[in-house]
Design a protein around this ligand. Structure first.
Ligand SMILES: [Zn+2]
Ligand SMILES: [Zn+2]
Ligand SMILES: [Zn+2]
Length: 156
């Protein structure tokens, strides 16, 4: 149910198509943005690994700090960070709340995305043997340890 907003970047004059919608920490998904291209990832709040992390860390601030290391990086090579604001994908100027409000009449900005959103992927590399397949699961969440079924049955 995302909405589209036309927005002109005040810094580089690019005409952007922003998307926004429900979400944020109170919705059914949480999200973070790439620190390079600003693409967002979403994680369902019903995700089992997220649930493990939430039980282990409690507060969203803390969860936001540990999540980036548990997720695969963005295709562009950037890392997904909870602290990354919405930015113009062309010039990286931050999309400011006042500018967004002036142009769209919409005051909420936290759930605004400038470069689309994809589902988050947990890292799937076995921490023991390096194998990457469907059997790899998170077995310990600080530090992040992932194990394939073979290594879970043997070494873990
Ligand atoms: Zn710009
Ligand atoms: Zn990226
Ligand atoms: Zn393994």
């Amino acid at each position: 149910m995302s909405k589209h907003f036309s927005y002109r970047c005040p810094n580089c004059e690019s005409q952007l198509e922003l998307t926004g919608g429900p979400g944020g920490m109170n919705g059914s998904a949480t999200w973070m943005r790439c620190d390079k291209c600003n693409k967002a990832v979403s994680i369902s709040v019903y995700d089992e690994i997220l649930e493990d992390i939430r039980l282990a860390y409690g507060t969203w601030d803390k969860i936001g700090e540990v999540l980036p290391d548990a997720l695969e990086n963005c295709k562009c090579g950037g890392k997904y960070l909870a602290t990354e604001p919405a930015r113009c994908p062309k010039c990286r100027a931050e999309i400011k709340k006042e500018d967004f409000l002036n142009q769209t009449g919409v005051p909420a900005i936290s759930g605004i995305f400038s470069n689309g959103m994809v589902p988050a992927k947990w890292k799937t590399l076995c921490s023991f043997c390096g194998k990457e397949d469907k059997t790899v699961q998170l077995v310990h969440n600080h530090p992040w340890v992932f194990a394939c079924s073979g290594c879970r049955n043997g070494e873990v």
